[in-house]
Design a protein. Structure first.
Length: 132
């Protein structure tokens, strides 16, 4: 069974935009069906993104939760981790782009430099027109 972009995002705990960006950048492969929806093989998805561990349903007991104004520390760290991964990915793309530019410039033919050589005569002899 293949994932859609939304199902893939839920399976690995990232946003749908992250999945579609990975597809467009070639990090993961997938194909589009006739309706334009992505079809992603689970093995291909989990090659790049680890699966999210799903917790078994908890018994109906009351749990003490964090206050609503203070987010769960684990969720905060996971969000920060995801943002850092995306920033790293963007930095790598930028690095690769600059590397390609540098390669093109290093392979370009050198431009002719102006001839800056001096005849070997001193200033006063050139000024007064004296020959060596």
């Amino acid at each position: 069974m293949k994932y859609t972009a939304g199902q893939a995002a839920k399976a690995v705990g990232v946003s749908k935009a992250t999945i579609t960006r990975a597809l467009q950048n070639g990090k993961i492969s997938g194909s589009k069906d006739d309706s334009g929806a992505w079809n992603i093989d689970p093995a291909e998805l989990h090659r790049v993104f680890p699966a999210v561990a799903h917790e078994p349903p908890a018994p109906h007991t009351m749990k003490q939760s964090a206050p609503p104004d203070k987010p769960n520390e684990t969720e905060t760290l996971e969000l920060e981790n995801q943002m850092l991964r995306e920033a790293l990915s963007e930095a790598r793309q930028e690095r690769d782009r600059w590397h390609q530019i540098a390669e093109r410039l290093s392979l370009a033919p050198p431009t002719a430099a102006p001839n800056l050589s001096v005849s070997g005569r001193g200033f006063w002899s050139r000024l007064l027109g004296k020959a060596n």
